[in-house]
Design a binder for this molecule. Structure first.
Ligand code: SF4
Length: 294
């Protein structure tokens, strides 16, 4: 059922050249994805979409999902401060996490109760300060900060291990870190945006978390992992590596559709992610033109 509709959406069916939307390249059907260009090219993303029976549109950032991005926390991640902060080992935990809703807060509050001091460096300080969940100056619910980073972040040298205490404890309990951590923490670097137009039509877009998604502060980051080649060193493709996270965001049906698409798409060869392209070719002047869905 879905394949038939996908074929309608793509025009030529799954085996044919997909109808893609590329930022900066409005009509990309004739692009040769198998060869690296010898002259500067726009640093593009390939998008693919399908429609569900109820009319809901799904759009996927195929370039990112078919890339080798991987989280390099503790393996070269430079952090999200205004200067290279590799040695601090904070990853993107420098500002704490914003909670999505009450259920998100409850997940973390319950998980925090399962942490012991041998796996959570700041257990005592956090409890004496009022607990791991608090409101910031803007009134938003966030994780508390201790020593200029998230209270759950164990620092380098902590005997229980550096990194997110929630993440480590979840793995030790043979459970999924996403069931212990704030939503934003397990979703990064994925970003799902749902938009409803004036006619009630819903479009869900799954793409990479971009610097701009951090808000105004993102412009000041010294480094961001989805736009630099250092993090594109994974041994598996993103849609495989982050299967559980993607399914949690889009559901089994949409994920399986993308898997079917990706399997066929890889046979034609993939153009590298712009972060990788920019590492091997001159970068043309950026345009401000953007997809209307991202
Ligand atoms: S998601 Fe990116 S910024 Fe955050 S720890 Fe991983 S590599 Fe670093």
């Amino acid at each position: 059922m879905f394949h038939r509709q996908v074929g309608e959406l793509l025009g030529d069916g799954l085996e044919a050249l997909a109808d893609v939307i590329e930022t900066g390249v409005p009509h990309a059907r004739s692009l040769d994805f198998t060869a690296m260009p010898t002259t500067p090219q726009p640093l593009t993303h390939e998008w693919v979409g399908f429609e569900e029976p109820d009319g809901t549109t799904w759009l996927f950032d195929a370039t990112f999902l078919l890339s080798s991005w991987t989280c390099i926390f503790g393996n070269g991640c430079k952090g999200v401060l205004t200067a290279d902060a590799t040695e601090l080992g904070q990853g993107c935990c420098s500002y704490g996490a914003h909670f999505a809703d009450k259920a998100d807060r409850k997940t973390v509050a319950d998980a925090a109760k399962r942490l012991t001091a041998d796996v959570w460096q700041f257990a005592a300080e956090t409890k004496s300060d009022g607990g791991p969940i608090t409101r910031n100056a803007d009134g938003d619910w966030v994780t508390r900060q201790i020593d200029d980073a998230c209270c759950f972040l164990n620092r380098p040298g902590f005997p229980g291990g550096a990194g997110c205490a929630l993440h480590s404890a979840a793995l030790a309990a043979c459970e999924r870190p996403m069931d212990w951590k704030p939503d934003v923490c397990w979703q990064l670097p994925l970003r799902l945006i749902s938009e409803t137009d004036q006619n009630g039509h819903v479009t869900n877009t799954l793409r990479e978390w971009k610097r701009r998604d951090w808000g105004e502060g993102g412009d000041d980051f010294h480094w961001w992992c989805t736009e630099t080649h250092e993090a594109f060193v994974g041994s598996r493709l993103v849609y495989q590596e982050l299967r559980d996270e993607i399914v949690e965001l889009v559901g089994d049906t949409a994920y399986q559709w993308f898997v079917d698409y990706a399997t066929n798409r890889q046979r034609r060869g993939l153009r590298p992610h712009p972060a990788v392209q920019s590492a091997v070719q001159p970068v043309p002047a950026p345009t401000r033109r953007r997809s209307t869905t991202s």
